[in-house]
Ligand binder design. Structure first.
Ligand SMILES: Nc1ncnc2c1ncn2[C@@H]1O[C@H](COP(=O)(O)OP(=O)(O)OP(=O)(O)O)[C@@H](O)[C@H]1O
Length: 215
């Protein structure tokens, strides 16, 4: 195997998922945006990157290490995916924000820090409010706030704004990505929104079952 490169975050080495996806590419550190038509395999690419799905063939490496050899629990503390329909535990918004930090092996965040991330995701709600009564868009904002507090090395964001209206969504994604950049994290984000392409340092297109880095 070649030496790990500091310029590569994820290396997809001749990775195939059945006949639906072929990826032979390197994702650099920073912010990468993945786009392509519905059903192209964008979510699958994210799932491969955090070992939620194994490829049919080929190797996925994270910072030079074959992820099939890494303990999946430890990997997902470092590389965390926010899905389109995030799971929230029963409890208040404060509970929701605390639990991810506790699972990450940290203490619960203080209320000031919770308030800060709620402002980043634009959720104007009381921390004592029951999270189970929130709308789809509000749940997505809580899930984003939760991962910002947990602070993994890499954030895999799958259509983070699927449940939000387009205009507010772009501002939200920009604020979230700015926060992650400022804290030294990397992002790989799937989006349908062409208006968000420019926030990426790199772009990956999936066309005809082939994923490739594009200008
Ligand atoms: N191992 C596999 N074998 C065969 N088909 C698979 C496998 N894994 C995923 N698929 C299929 O590949 C397709 C791509 O799914 P995926 O969710 O990655 O697409 P997407 O680009 O994220 O779509 P959308 O934009 O609609 O969310 C789906 O039809 C999925 O069921």
């Amino acid at each position: 195997m070649s030496q790990p490169s500091r310029d590569v975050l994820f290396d997809f080495d001749d990775v195939r998922v059945g006949a639906i996806l072929h990826a032979d590419l390197a994702i650099p550190p920073g912010v990468t945006v993945i786009f392509g038509p519905s059903g192209a395999g964008k979510t699958t690419l994210l799932r491969l990157a955090c070992a939620m799905q194994a490829p049919s063939s080929g190797t996925v490496s994270f910072r030079g290490e074959d992820i099939a050899r890494v303990d999946p629990v430890l990997l997902r503390r470092r590389v965390t995916m926010v899905t389109q329909q995030p799971f929230l535990w029963p409890g208040t918004i404060a509970d929701e924000l605390s639990i991810a930090c506790v699972l990450q092996g940290r203490g619960a965040p203080d209320r000031e820090r919770m308030g800060e991330v709620l402002a980043v995701v634009g959720l104007d709600k009381d921390l004592a409010e029951d999270a189970s009564t929130l709308s789809g868009g509000e749940r997505q904002r809580v899930a984003l706030a939760r991962v910002l507090l947990a602070g993994p090395e890499v954030y895999l964001l799958d259509e983070p704004t699927a449940a939000l209206d387009a205009r507010g969504a772009r501002d939200l994604v920009r604020r979230v990505v700015d926060w992650i950049r400022a804290t030294g994290g990397d992002v790989v984000m799937v989006t349908h929104d062409e208006g968000l392409m420019e926030i990426g340092d790199a772009r990956v297109a999936i066309r005809d079952h082939e994923a490739e880095v594009v200008a």
